[in-house]
Design a binder for this molecule. Sequence first.
Ligand code: ZN
Length: 216
Amino acid sequence: MSNSVHTTPRRRPKRRGYSLGLLFSLLLTVFLLGFGLGRCTAPAASQPLRDTGAVLPDWVKVDLLPVNDYSRPGLALEQVNGVVVHYVGNAGTTAAQNRNYFASLAETHETHASAHFVIGLDGEVIQCVPLDEMAYCSNDRNADTISIECCHPGEDGAFTDETYHALVELTRYLTSRYGLKREQVIRHYDVTGKLCPLYYVEHPDAWEAFRDEVDS
Ligand SMILES: [Zn+2]
């Protein structure tokens, strides 16, 4: 603002300075408003994300993995073009146990695996990897998707009501946050043909009903 004082004519410096200031404020407001609306309604998929994780819903427990080559490589996730749903494939295990298993890979080097979120049998949600970083979960789609692992009580892979409802809420939050459409919510099966999440591969009608509920 102080620069305008030097450039304004002598006659009515205060008035002119005020007008320029007002004009600048208006332009700034219009720019910020436009940018904000653009982010909400149509985020450009190719635009780098600026996620801090600070605005996650309060029902998400943040318990990040240590940065390591086996489960949290610390690589930037520069686009989000989908949400991939998984099942842990280890009946009866809890969200915390699965999170700790991912963390332990930093020491055991057993395999490369992780997920952004794990949903437990009681519907608890643990975040393991920040949203602006890649997780090792969905093969060729690691670089542009958010992954959700779901716990399940039995070998058939069916989710508890609590897990299911938390999955609907979390997926709805993510599709809203990134402006994703129904067809961008996919199963691991849709990426590689792996039977994951098993119940929703064997019951495609239930999968479509889940997508409908997220969409509603
Ligand atoms: Zn999977």
